[in-house]
Design a protein around this ligand. Structure first.
Ligand SMILES: [Zn+2]
Length: 183
């Protein structure tokens, strides 16, 4: 929120400043509002305010309940976008640079966008692969724990130990409880 009056004080009288603050700021030009830092901050603040207003107009967004599915969707879009740009770049037939009047030779925008799109697609795919590997690792761990519990259950159930069924149940429950603490 931009206050109605500058929040600065007169160094002479100590009274509140009567000037209006600069746009997006709490202080006037005489109280630091003109500094490049203050102006940059004000621009950021105003841009954020605009973005918030736009977001408010869109209403409440749907929560993402399936982030991996959503990420796969994004990967699909990124791939399609890369392919589309690839066509554009191929259409240049190797003419990737052009002469600009003031800045000299430049790489064509299509090539730059295509390169960026490829990089981004690669990053998204790498993230999906990493998530997949992590999910596999967890599944494997769960399978191992299950095998361990089954093996111990067999030992507890062996005749040689002579445990009653309530003792076996107790041991099993304790075992599962303790294992769960570590996962
Ligand atoms: Zn002021």
């Amino acid at each position: 929120m931009t206050p109605r009056r500058c929040t600065g004080h007169s160094t002479r009288t100590g009274r509140s400043c009567k000037n209006y603050p600069m746009h997006g700021q709490a202080v006037c030009h005489g109280h630091g509002g003109e500094s490049p830092q203050a102006k940059r901050k004000a621009n950021e603040r105003l841009a954020e305010e605009r973005a918030r207003k736009m977001l408010a107009k869109l209403g409440r967004p749907d929560p993402v309940t399936d982030p991996i599915g959503e990420l796969q969707q994004v990967a699909g879009e990124a791939t399609a976008w890369s392919q589309l740009l690839r066509e554009k770049v191929l259409a240049l037939e190797g003419d990737f640079r052009y002469e600009h009047d003031s800045t000299g030779e430049q790489i064509r925008g299509e090539v730059q966008i295509y390169t960026a799109a490829l990089k981004q697609t690669g990053e998204i795919l790498a993230r999906i692969i990493a998530l997949d590997l992590e999910a596999n690792r967890l599944r494997l761990e769960e399978a191992k724990v299950l095998i361990l519990v089954q093996a111990l259950d067999q030992v507890l159930g062996s005749r040689e130990l002579g445990l009653t069924s309530s003792q076996r149940t107790f041991a099993h429950t304790q075992l599962v409880k303790r294992l769960e603490k570590h996962t």
